[in-house]
Design a protein around this ligand. Sequence first.
Ligand code: ADP
Length: 251
Amino acid sequence: MQVSVQSARVTYEGAIAALDGVGLEIAPGELVSVVGPSGCGKSTLLRLIAGLIQPSSGSVSLSGQSPRAARGSGRLAFVFQDATLLPWRSVAANVALPLELQRTPGRNRAELVSRALELVALGEFARRYPDQLSGGMRMRASLARAIVTQPKLMLLDEPFGALDDITRHMLNEELANLWARDRWTGVFVTHNIAEAVFLSKRVLVMSPRPGRIVAEVPIPFDFPRDPALRARAEFAKLTGEVSRHLRGALA
Ligand code: ADP
């Protein structure tokens, strides 16, 4: 799915301009990261793309459709920092939820759920409950719930922000593999520069509020991405470049 945001401005109640003059083009099947200081409007940008809020001026289109229409067609998935699983449902039943909402027939549902759980290495944990899982496993379940509908656009809002570094690294690798497999369009918000560089094909840097995109850094490494990439000099050079743009935006 193609994402096109043109001269978008978002103002919250109390006339706080969260975004101003945001323009953004993401090609179908491209995975981009968005980094910026806390409060610069990263979550607002994702909510705008998802059609959960409307721009006060400017426009958003998703492959020529309004975000609301695209959301209605079920081709859009959101992943939040909090895994937001229902505690009274098993892992499999949580992952099945979007399919139930779409009224997918039971037989197909079971097959899609087990496939999604296998893809995030949770096949053996289908019958467990969220409180029986580690934080990393809960996030995997949340990713499985997002990919189970085979979305065309994934919006990820600091999904790994609450995890320790080792788990975060593993999930970065798994997410890069999931993307390399299915090539959905992805917008990944984070304030972790290394994560942004590791995961995406392009890092967009936002200025403090009102947020605008002030720089973009292409990331030329091939997918699937090798964990050893993090130790390479080119990797350090790119994180340095993103970091310089961020400091520039703050100056
Ligand atoms: P980020 O994700 O980069 O931390 P947000 O998009 O959450 O930033 O917020 C951008 C700015 O908009 C912040 O100053 C925040 O306080 C403000 N903001 C976010 N949501 C609301 C809201 N519902 N009402 C009023 N102000 C909001």
